[in-house]
Write a protein that binds this ligand. Structure first.
Ligand code: MLT
Length: 264
């Protein structure tokens, strides 16, 4: 489906009926990467998965796109769809956006699941490397990002060629403007750690034990900082934990969603 938010075209999926769950994809992906959890959940819930602006079917915005801007787009979409408060799931960059959403729109949140992500800002050298990558994308195209990231997405122990191929497909098609905007927005993002103690909805931090992009220790840190948060570190999975261990992931997600439903 597609809609217009402040003149920007936004693509999204809206499937199933029931309490709303929103899935935010990571970088440099699009909503279709959530197909397995979407299929697992849509029998009992309304599952909404937007393409963040500049990815998939959503048009890019000019310049750096702050995580707050992505969060504002998600909020505007949910207002348009009339969902009321949602259980929000964010993978990696989608997790940065979910944390920005939690800070800006706490009353729209029934639960928060942070998947293979971190609360902290980039260290100065990581931020500088992202800005340098944005320059390379401008000069050489999006292949720079795909070639750098694709090999790091899956657990080194479980490099399944078919899954590696699917992973690359979820990175296409990619627009330079979208990639550059997200890279610059991530480089500038503030530290979300101080806000963790104020999160009062049922929360889950879940990741793969072998994530080489964002170590599992980051999920442990977030789970310690959010009151009552569950922590799941799944063996045999890396950064794309929901593709590498779909059954264990979907089970953990369902348990967390049950706890969201049980909370008034
Ligand atoms: C992602 O998967 O969204 C990225 O690895 C996040 C990042 O580069 O920090």
């Amino acid at each position: 489906m597609k809609t217009d938010l402040e003149g920007i075209r936004i693509g999204y999926a809206d499937e199933g009926k029931g309490a709303p769950v929103v899935l935010l994809h990571g970088f440099p992906f699009r909503r279709e990467i959530w197909r397995s959890p979407m299929d697992a959940l849509k029998g009992s819930r309304r599952v909404i998965a937007p393409d963040l602006c500049g990815f998939g079917e959503s048009a890019p915005r000019p310049g750096a796109v702050p995580m707050d801007r992505f969060a504002g787009d998600v909020h505007a979409l949910l207002q348009q769809l009339g969902t009321g408060p949602v259980a929000l799931v964010g993978h990696s960059m989608g997790g940065y956006v979910a944390l920005a959403f939690a800070r800006r729109f706490p009353r729209m949140l029934r639960g928060l699941a942070l998947v293979a992500t971190r609360a902290g800002a980039d260290a100065p050298e990581a931020a500088a490397a992202r800005r340098a990558t944005a320059e390379k994308v401008r000069a050489q195209g999006v292949g720079v990002v795909v070639e750098a990231m694709a090999p790091k997405m899956l657990s080194p122990a479980s490099q399944d060629p078919a899954l590696a191929e699917r992973t690359r497909r979820f990175m296409a098609p990619l627009e330079p403007q979208g990639v550059i905007g997200a890279l610059l927005g991530m480089a500038d993002r503030p530290d979300a750690t101080p806000g963790l103690a104020g999160i009062s909805v049922p929360s889950l931090a879940i990741t793969g034990a072998d994530d080489v992009l964002i170590p599992a220790a980051e999920s442990e840190r977030m789970a310690r900082a959010i009151r009552g948060a569950r922590l799941e570190i799944l063996p045999g999975a890396g950064h794309l934990v929901f593709l590498e261990q779909p059954e264990a992931f979907n089970r953990a997600l369902n348990e967390w969603l049950d706890s969201c439903d049980a909370t008034p």
